[in-house]
Design a binder for this molecule. Structure first.
Ligand code: BGP
Length: 479
C-alpha cells in the first residue's frame, strides 16, 4: 500500500524557453535563452549579443509546443498526470520587461494552455522565471544587477497573478535560484552578461555582480510571495533550488570542512533566505571569501522576513564529491562540477547517478525546514536510439527513474512530507546547459534534431507506459 499522499502530485516538468519555440510570434520579445546557440556534450554553446543570421538558436523553434500544446497535454493526460510544471515566458507578457501594459496575445496563449490542463484535470505548477529574462534588461541593467528589475518583476507578477488567479494555484518564483551562486548562472539566471558574446564556458566570473543580483532576486521573490499572500490567499508559493548534494571525498577533516563550506554556498544559502526569511550567519564568510559587499536597502530585511515560501521545491539529478585536494579527479555536472565518486556511475554527460543521494537530500532538507517538499525535476538525459520498428526502448531511463522513486518513497517512510514528483523534460526538449536536442529526457520522443531538421512529430517511448502504470498505482508498481 502506497505511503505517498492520496493526492500526490505526479506529473512532469518543462520550461517555456526550452519547448515553446515561436520565439518572436504574437509580440514576444527575446529572452536571454533566445541569444544562446546550440552546443553539445563536448562543445559549449555560445551566447551572442546580437542574433546572428544563419546561426541556429535552438529556443527559436524548440519543439514548437506553442502550436502543439493540445496534443502534448493530451499525451500527459494519457499518462495520468495530476500536475504539469511549466513556466511563463516573461517576454511573451512583457517583451522588453519594461512595458507598463502586458501583451494580450501572450496572456491569451497561457489562458489556452491552462484551460487545456484543466480540461484534462491537470493542475498547472507555474515557474514565474525559468531562464527567460528579457534580453532588453540584460542590455540596459546588466540583468538582475540592476535594482530596478525588482519592480519590473513585480509588474509581471501582478499581471499574471491577476489574469490566472482562477487557473493556477501553485507558483515557483525563480527556477534554480542558486544558479547565481555559480559562474554559469550569470548567463541564464542572473543575466549579468551585458555586452558578452562568447562561449558560455568562458563567461567572465564576476561574483560581486552575481551576489548583488541574487540579493535583488531574493527581494523580488519575497515581494511576490507577500503580494500573493495578501491578495490571493488560495495561492501556494514555492521556491526552487538546484540541489546537488555533495559528500566529502574522504574522512579527512579538511575535506569535511571544505564540503560544509561548499554545501552552504551551493545548496543552502538561497533557501535559508527564502524559507527562514533572513541571511544565514555564514553568509558573511561567503562574501568575504569572494571579496564582495552586497548592498542592501532599508526595508529589505523586513520584506525578506515577510515573504517566506510555503513549500520548498528542487531539482535533483546527481551528487558530487568535494575535496581539499585539488588534484582529485573531476566529475561533470549541471552548473557546477565536483570530484568523482568512485562508487557511482555517470550519464553520458558525466552527471553522477545517485538515487540514494535523493533520499539523503530529502531528509536533510526536511529536517532543516519542516515545510512540504516537492521534487520538481529529476531524470536522465540520454542519447535515445530508434529501433528498426521506430520504437524507443529506453530501459535505462526507466531504471534511473525507478531507483529514484524507490528512494523518494524511502524518504517519505523516513517522515518527509512530500507533495509530488515531476520528472524533467517529460517530453523531449532543448537542453539548458548544452542547447542540444540530442540530450533527451522525455517519455515522449520528438522528431527534432540538432541541425534544426525533423518534422516535430511525437511518439511514445517505452517509458511512457511504464510511468503511466507508476502513476495509476500511486508508486506501488515500479516494475
Ligand atoms: C536544470 C534546469 C532545466 C533543465 C535541467 C536539465 O538545471 O532547471 O532547465 O534543463 O536542468 O539540464 P540539461 O537540460 O542541461 O540537461
Amino acid at each position: 500500500m502506497s505511503v505517498l499522499r492520496k493526492d500526490f502530485l505526479w506529473g512532469g516538468a518543462v520550461a517555456a524557453n526550452q519547448l515553446e519555440g515561436a520565439w518572436n510570434v504574437d509580440g514576444k520579445g527575446d529572452s536571454v535563452s533566445d541569444h544562446c546557440t546550440t552546443g553539445s556534450a563536448s562543445t559549449p554553446k555560445r551566447v551572442t549579443v546580437n542574433i546572428e543570421p544563419g546561426t541556429l538558436y535552438p529556443s527559436h523553434e524548440a519543439i514548437d509546443f506553442y502550436h502543439h500544446y493540445e496534443e502534448d497535454i493530451a499525451l500527459f493526460a494519457e499518462m495520468g498526470f495530476k500536475t504539469f510544471r511549466t513556466s511563463i515566458n516573461w517576454t511573451r507578457i512583457f517583451p522588453t520587461g519594461m512595458e507598463s501594459a502586458p501583451n494580450e496575445k501572450g496572456l491569451e496563449f497561457y489562458d489556452r494552455v491552462f484551460d487545456c490542463c484543466k480540461k484534462h484535470g491537470i493542475e498547472p505548477l507555474v515557474t514565474i522565471s525559468h531562464y527567460e529574462l528579457p534580453y532588453a534588461l540584460v542590455d540596459k541593467y546588466n540583468g538582475w544587477e540592476g535594482r530596478d528589475l525588482i519592480e519590473y518583476f513585480m509588474n509581471y507578477c501582478k499581471a499574471i497573478f491577476e489574469r490566472y488567479k482562477d487557473k493556477v494555484k501553485y507558483w515557483l518564483t525563480f527556477n534554480e535560484i542558486n544558479s547565481g551562486t555559480m559562474p554559469f548562472g550569470a548567463i541564464l539566471s542572473t543575466g549579468t552578461v551585458k555586452g558578452y558574446s562568447g562561449l558560455t564556458s568562458e563567461v567572465p566570473d564576476r561574483p560581486q555582480e552575481r551576489f548583488q543580483a541574487l540579493h535583488h532576486q531574493f527581494v523580488a521573490s519575497a515581494k511576490a510571495v507577500k503580494y500573493a499572500h495578501d491578495h490571493y490567499p488560495q495561492f501556494k508559493m514555492g521556491n526552487m533550488i538546484c540541489f546537488v548534494t555533495s559528500y566529502a571525498l574522504t574522512c579527512n577533516p579538511d575535506d569535511i570542512l571544505e564540503n560544509q563550506e561548499h554545501m552552504r554556498e551551493m545548496n543552502w544559502y538561497c533557501s535559508d533566505v527564502q524559507v527562514r526569511g533572513e541571511y544565514p550567519a555564514y553568509a558573511q564568510s561567503i562574501w568575504k571569501k569572494h571579496g564582495i559587499t552586497v548592498k542592501m536597502e532599508p526595508g529589505d530585511a523586513e520584506i525578506l522576513k515577510q515573504g517566506t515560501v510555503d513549500f520548498y521545491t528542487f531539482s535533483y539529478y546527481m551528487s558530487n564529491c568535494i575535496s581539499a585536494d585539488k588534484n582529485a579527479e573531476d566529475s561533470g555536472g549541471n552548473l557546477i562540477a565536483g570530484k568523482k565518486n568512485p562508487y557511482l556511475p555517470a550519464s553520458d554527460w558525466g552527471w553522477q547517478i545517485d538515487p540514494k543521494g535523493l533520499r539523503y537530500s530529502l531528509n536533510e532538507i526536511y529536517d532543516r525546514y519542516r515545510i512540504p517538499l516537492m521534487v520538481v525535476e529529476n531524470g536522465l538525459g540520454a542519447y535515445d536510439k530508434k529501433e528498426a520498428d521506430g520504437s524507443i526502448q529506453d530501459d535505462y531511463r526507466i531504471d534511473y527513474l525507478r531507483q529514484h522513486i524507490q528512494q523518494m518513497i524511502g524518504a517519505v517512510e523516513d517522515g518527509v512530507d512530500l507533495m509530488g514528483y515531476t520528472p524533467w523534460g517529460c517530453i523531449d526538449l532543448v537542453s539548458a546547459s548544452t542547447g542540444e536536442m540530442a540530450k533527451r529526457y522525455g517519455f515522449i520522443y520528438v522528431e527534432k534534431y540538432d541541425d534544426g531538421t525533423g518534422d516535430l512529430s511525437r511518439k511514445r517511448k517505452k517509458s511512457f507506459d511504464w510511468y503511466k502504470k507508476v502513476i495509476a498505482t500511486n508508486g506501488d508498481d515500479l516494475s
